[in-house]
Design a protein. Structure first.
Length: 259
């Protein structure tokens, strides 16, 4: 019995994502117009940390938003208990349509969860402030004070240090407000949580620092179909390494027409 419990603790909570698009769908309509979505049928999770990488516009955020919607997390970030919208429904409709054709198969149901969406985290902070004014107690899981009383980067780190524990967490570009040093701090937080709790992460990122997390699974969105790759195969690693090895060469070529 002990071996079985240990195995469950080390397996990711979510086993498989399946997408089944009927032939009647209009594939010229977003999000089905995205090649990655048209070609995506199944994602298997074998690691507690999975990264989605790819150029802007390849569909990473669309997919994580669809997963978050399927679970019941807030469209602009949040948990099942924190869900609000500040934009028209059409802004979220693409991800919600995709969620309707998505099936999640769990090894074990998570105790908790959250969708961290970097671009709308400011709005989450506003929402927490309004809850605090109305009924109090909103800051307890976020470090004990308003996220607006901290710098943008500090509020991100406060969230990661205080809100995430045991459960399933989707992070969309969490590096957005973090310095390189703070990104390394986030790596430590992720490692400690995965070691201590039954915690799983899906992370959409452009950060070559975060992508270095050991034993993570990395899925690339760059070639119109999902491809599992290793860290050194990511364009994020390759471009950063090449630039740092010879910045003068890169800058000379980038600015050649302006000299």
């Amino acid at each position: 019995m002990k071996r079985k419990i240990t195995s469950i603790m080390h397996d990711p909570l979510l086993d498989t994502i399946r997408i089944n698009l009927p032939s009647s769908i209009d594939f010229t309509e977003y999000p089905y117009s995205l090649p990655i979505i048209r070609n995506l049928h199944e994602i298997k999770f074998t690691s507690k940390v999975t990264f989605f990488v790819g150029e802007n516009g390849t569909g990473k955020s669309t997919l994580v938003e669809a997963i978050a919607h399927k679970i019941g997390f807030g469209a602009e970030g949040g948990s099942k208990n924190i869900s609000f919208k500040t934009s028209a429904d059409t802004v979220y409709s693409g991800a919600q349509k995709l969620a309707d054709h998505t099936t999640l198969s769990w090894r074990q149901k998570p105790k908790d969860g959250y969708f961290f969406r970097a671009e709308s985290f400011y709005t989450v902070a506003n929402y927490l402030d309004s809850i605090e004014r109305e009924s109090g107690g909103a800051y307890g899981s976020y470090g004990g004070k308003s996220l607006h009383q901290q710098s943008h980067g500090e509020s991100f780190l406060s969230f990661f240090q205080n809100r995430i524990k045991d459960g399933f967490f989707i992070l969309d570009e969490p590096e957005g407000a973090l310095s390189p040093q703070r990104q390394l701090s986030l790596l430590i937080i992720i490692q400690q949580l995965c070691k201590k709790f039954n915690t799983q992460f899906i992370i959409a990122t452009h950060s070559p620092l975060l992508l270095a997390y050991p034993a993570a699974t990395i899925y690339s969105f760059d070639n119109n179909s999902l491809e599992k790759i290793n860290y050194t195969q990511t364009s994020h690693y390759q471009i950063t390494k090449q630039f740092l090895n010879n910045p003068e060469f890169y800058l000379k070529n980038l600015f050649a027409d302006n000299m």
